[in-house]
Design a protein around this ligand. Sequence first.
Ligand code: CMC
Length: 393
Amino acid sequence: TGMCTFDPGFTSTGACQSQITFIDGKKGVLVYRGYSIDDLAEKGDFIDATYLLLHGELPTKSQREKFNFELTHHSLVHEQLIKFFQGFKHDAHPMAIMVGVVGALAAFYSDSADIGNPAERMRSCLRLIAKMPTLAAIAYKTSIGQPIVYPRNDLSYSENFLHMLFAVPTETYKIDPELARALEIILVLHMDHEQNASTSTVRTAGSSQANPFACIASGIAALWGPAHGGANEAVLRMLEVIGHVENIPDALERAKDKNDPFRLMGFGHRVYKTYDPRAKIMRSVCHGVLKAAKKENDPLLKIALELERIATSDEYFIKRGLYPNVDFYSGITLRAMGIPVSMYTVLFAVARTVGWVSQWKEMAEDPVPRISRPRQMYLGVMQRGFVSVESRG
Ligand code: CMC
């Protein structure tokens, strides 16, 4: 246009400077603050990775304790907010509920508006990370008509999340350590991924100095779509549509047909044109959970494994660098864990909140803040004379 570079989808525009996450899509590398995602997922845990993203360094033992204390002591939500859940239609999608209730937190914590104050900024970050599982679990419990379960501070983040999702007052809920560990890995893998659609939405909203809870609500909205965080749910829905192993070749032909909008959900990535490093880790977690939960004979999971086998040796997918992504395996793992499909993207939102708040905080600390304001390529009619309504016929 002469005025700006036309870059639809921002494939080659760097919109910010960041010290948080590095991706090399060609080599399949992902690091948080210099630490490889493999090391963090295998040797670290939720607290390590969260502290690292937020503060820039792995915590010492005492920092870990303090951080864990702070996170657990922010996990309750205001009782009045719990009433909001009753206001939604009983079959509302939990992501719709999350967009609403997370945005509503801004109305409960007026101190969060003080974004120029570093202590308040950090408090908003901690509140968001701590309250997301509580809100997510309340959305689920409400949707199935069960009493809500309050958080327990003696449990780890992922144990507590499982407890709030699955405990019922009539029985003692025993947390399966294997499932808690799998959930912990899913959370660490999904925490941050530099300037993806939802994170750049959070930064865009934050660039106007909007309230942090409102900014995170905008991230949840952007994450919801099937081309982004909604993919893990879309994977399961697709497997249901395919229905049987025999139908896989047809599904592959449809995915290759440009006149057919059908795409293989859970395949391909904007940045990775080789195997997504998170997918590699998630694949082994997935196979472990299937075995532990004795779900290897689940018909949908059989279709998934066969689809993975056929598509990864198919010319079309290899040529385009389309490999199963992290959502392909996380969708299957969550199913084997007994987590309902409508909660998959919510779980992604819980994990990504750590990245969102870390990036929001980094943006808020930028010494030269600038409002996000992309330009456009105007293709409409140039100036013309106004036609009065009488003359329009
Ligand atoms: N199935 C069939 N063909 C595909 C697929 C797919 N899933 N993904 C890409 N292609 C083809 C596409 O048709 C194009 O072919 P051609 O070069 O012949 O025109 C080529 O591969 C490049 O695709 P693109 O649409 O230009 O790639 P993109 O970078 O714009 O899109 C994507 C990336 C992730 C949106 C896309 O691969 C997709 O829709 N995948 C399915 C949805 C999905 O799994 N999303 C989760 C992404 S990972 C987690 C996250 O970010 O939240």
